[in-house]
Ligand binder design. Sequence first.
Ligand SMILES: Cc1ncc(COP(=O)(O)O)c(C=O)c1O
Length: 428
Amino acid sequence: MTKQEILHARRERLFPAELHYYGEPLVITHAKGAAVFDIDGKQYIDFFGGILVISVGHCNDEVNARIQRQLDTLAHTSTLFATQPPVELASKIARLSPGGKLAKCFFSNSGTEANEMAVLAARAATGASEIVALRYGYHGRSGLAMSMSGQSTWRVGTQPSPGFAFAHNAYCYRCPHGLEYPSCDVRCANDVEDVIRTQTSGRPAAFIAEPIQGAGGFITPPKEYFARVAEIVRRRGGLFIADEVQTAWGRTGTWFGIEHWGVQPDIITSAKGMGNGFPVAMTAVRADIADRVPKMTISTFGGSPLAAEAANAVIDYIEKHNLPAHAARQGAYLRERLERLKAQFPLIGDVRGMGLMQALELVKNRQSREPAVEETAKIMELGRERGILFGEGGLDGNVLRLAPPLTITRAEIDEFLSRLENSFAAIK
Ligand SMILES: Cc1ncc(COP(=O)(O)O)c(C=O)c1O
């Protein structure tokens, strides 16, 4: 099909509710490593990886060879039968999980499903039902996951499910309490206690949060935040669920993002980078929690030999090449260069993130911090013209999200940054 035919068919045949980047969607035909090619043959450096999915590079040869082998051996059985790849995968996850404590897994196909199972398991294990989530959080697109998300943009078209309460997030750049870190003494963490006392029965089933809020604009809490929240939630009988759909698998410089805060979650959910493009998701929990999930449940495709082998191949590749450490090193370099960009362009109000998950929040004015929404859209277009891809995010859509494959090289980072700088210069 020609570009025009694809764009026309997309308009005619797909739900218009589906969001796309740019005035006119970019038609992509193929990709390799950190390079993406459009239908006109133009090459881009990919710093978004289809929303943090491409962890080990597009069309990774080692990973694809294992997927191909599995495809030719056994693709599907359903969870009604036993196969080797999912049990191997669950054992690997148990070993890598913080403290080696998340001994049992339920596999599914998307982050949304993983979070649905996390809530079900937390409710079953505690006998309580209420969930405390964070403002600016995003947990998926099912009715329940939307009701658990703290962004109006992503809560449309459904009747909200009851039983969710929202605490303030740790958004230091726009502190909900108008305070400054560290003299604030991380007041936002105490809001979880206030919310439990005033908006729940006092005994929640769980607290759920992304270690770094992804769609919210890579909002990164201070180092004391999650330990204090975990203490509050556990004292009230609730479990701690880390939604690591974006932050897991080395992205932030450690296997799981929550490790930076020294908290051992009771449940971790993940998807995205776990399959490098293959749909696979997990709900990893302590054994005693899994054992209390009532019978029966099923996921037709969840943990299929093919999906599980894709994840096994990705995780093995990350381990073999020590990509969490590589992400920490490359991320530190990227961060330092982004700080220099901030010094150069007043449009950049804040730089934040960890490892290879870094964001720039754009503001019209550094004093008022008014979100620079139109300018963000313009930078996206300017970047596209200059052959670089990155994400947009934040409640107001004024945050640029940078998340290249974990395999990114120094030369690719330098080239990306030079084109990004050029895009900022063009808007001045
Ligand atoms: C933190 C987080 N949780 C859950 C989800 C939902 O995942 P999925 O789109 O695979 O259902 C996303 C998707 O962007 C996410 O970023």
